[in-house]
Design a protein around this ligand. Structure first.
Ligand code: FES
Length: 406
């Protein structure tokens, strides 16, 4: 159903001084009057920053989104929000997640936009943007920046998580200055965020499994042309979402959250998933608690062979079929009818996605590890619960007797 009157009409569609004041300032940017009324104004919420290297290609990505918005008959307006670069910010980016989400929320609410595209990448930029957008609840789609290409060091695959291993080898004299410098140059060799199933990749998978991005959003490598195509198509889709008034609350149902927990279990996603998903659920008003992670992860095996739980990288996941191929394997368990950003159900998006590489994505009945996901622990050390990712934990530490140092 076509939306008759867009929210932005409250700024640009008014007569006399009340409209003039807004229109004239937009015309100042060379925008003709007919662009401002009768079509949806699409905000592009950009976390580009040279201080967030994982998101440094987002200006180009925003241009791709804009082309899609124009093509579909919307008008795009790009705006900056606080960007959280995981590796740069001290003492930790997590300290500012909620602050960034407030920036996002108020920037969307206060401005003339009918729908919004969230450009997310480095760890906290995804939850902060999604949380802020949930509080306003406009039609919203996420475009992730994508993982970087797999790092290379002396013909070996490496990732940003190898920093700790290299550091130990250097400290014990098993790695020279020259070797360390070579590793440094080969570790982050393209645009994109960390290429393992760390928090950034987990968050990109989270938005795809929640249905608030297009299929394949999570794994397309940042420098792959398919990432730009997906950004362009997301631009088209958000115009459609604005016209149909398909808001975040229409997509983020309780079932969508349960799907995200099951998918996170199957991919061995980060434990940070728990705190961010709970915060997003709180913003959109869906009841969710720690016990849901236990309940909905149970019986879901680890089928994605990705570091740190396994062997491969996000680039390999994309070549193997992407997250949609993982979700295709899980369809019997998932809530298949959840509606996603493109108006199709989870089932319609995933059902025919082949798995091209069983070394990377296993069948559910032949998993890499029957134990997966997030397990919630309770005891006298953590009365309210603590989380562990058993697939990435050393087996010898699964049972331990020792002194508790608090
Ligand atoms: Fe940005 Fe790892 S430092 S995702």
């Amino acid at each position: 159903m076509e939306k008759k009157s867009f929210r932005s009409n409250g700024w640009f569609g008014r007569k006399g001084k009340d409209g003039l004041i807004y229109r004239s300032w937009f015309k100042k940017q060379g925008i003709p009057a007919d662009e401002l009324t009768g079509k949806p104004i699409i905000g592009i919420c950009n976390t580009w920053s040279e201080l967030t290297p994982c998101n440094s290609h987002f200006r180009e990505l925003a241009e791709c989104v804009k082309r899609g918005v124009f093509e579909a008959g919307g008008y795009p307006v790009e705006f900056p929000v606080m960007s959280l670069g995981e590796t740069m910010i001290k003492p930790t980016a997590m300290l500012y997640r909620n602050l960034a989400s407030m920036d996002v929320e108020e920037s969307i609410r206060a401005n003339p936009m009918d729908a919004v595209v969230l450009l997310c990448g480095c760890d906290k930029t995804t939850p902060s943007l999604v949380m802020g957008a949930c509080s306003v609840n406009l039609p919203t789609i996420v475009v992730s920046g994508g993982p970087m290409l797999t790092g290379k060091f002396r013909n070996r695959d490496i990732s940003t998580s190898d920093v700790w291993r290299f550091s130990e080898e250097y400290r014990t004299g098993r790695m020279t200055d020259e070797e360390l410098s070579l590793a440094e140059s080969g570790m982050c060799r393209s645009d994109g965020h960390c290429a393992v199933m760390g928090t950034a990749s987990t968050m990109a998978c989270m938005v795809e499994s929640l249905g608030i991005s297009l299929p394949q959003n999570a794994a397309i490598p940042a420098p792959d042309a398919a990432r730009k195509v997906m950004a362009h198509i997301s631009g088209r889709e958000i115009v459609k979402m604005a016209k149909e008034n398909r808001c975040l609350s229409d997509l983020l149902t309780r079932e969508a959250f349960e799907n995200a927990i099951m998918v996170n279990a199957a991919i061995g996603g980060s434990t940070n998933f728990v705190i961010h998903l709970l915060a997003i659920a709180g913003r959109i008003g869906v009841p969710l608690d720690l016990s849901d992670f236990d309940t909905w992860s149970a019986g879901i095996p680890l089928i994605a062979n990705l570091q740190p739980s396994g062997k491969y990288f996000m680039e390999d996941l994309y070549y193997a079929g992407g997250l949609t191929a993982v979700m295709n394997q899980l369809l019997p368990q998932l809530h298949k009818d959840c509606i996603t950003a493109n108006g199709k159900t989870i089932e319609q998006n995933c059902m025919n996605q082949p798995n091209y590489n069983e070394s990377v994505i296993a069948a559910v009945n032949k998993p890499f590890n029957p134990i997966s996901g997030i397990v919630v622990l309770k005891g006298n050390l953590s009365v309210d619960g603590a989380v562990i990712k058993p697939s990435a934990a050393s087996t010898h530490l699964m049972q331990h007797t020792g002194k508790a140092v608090v």
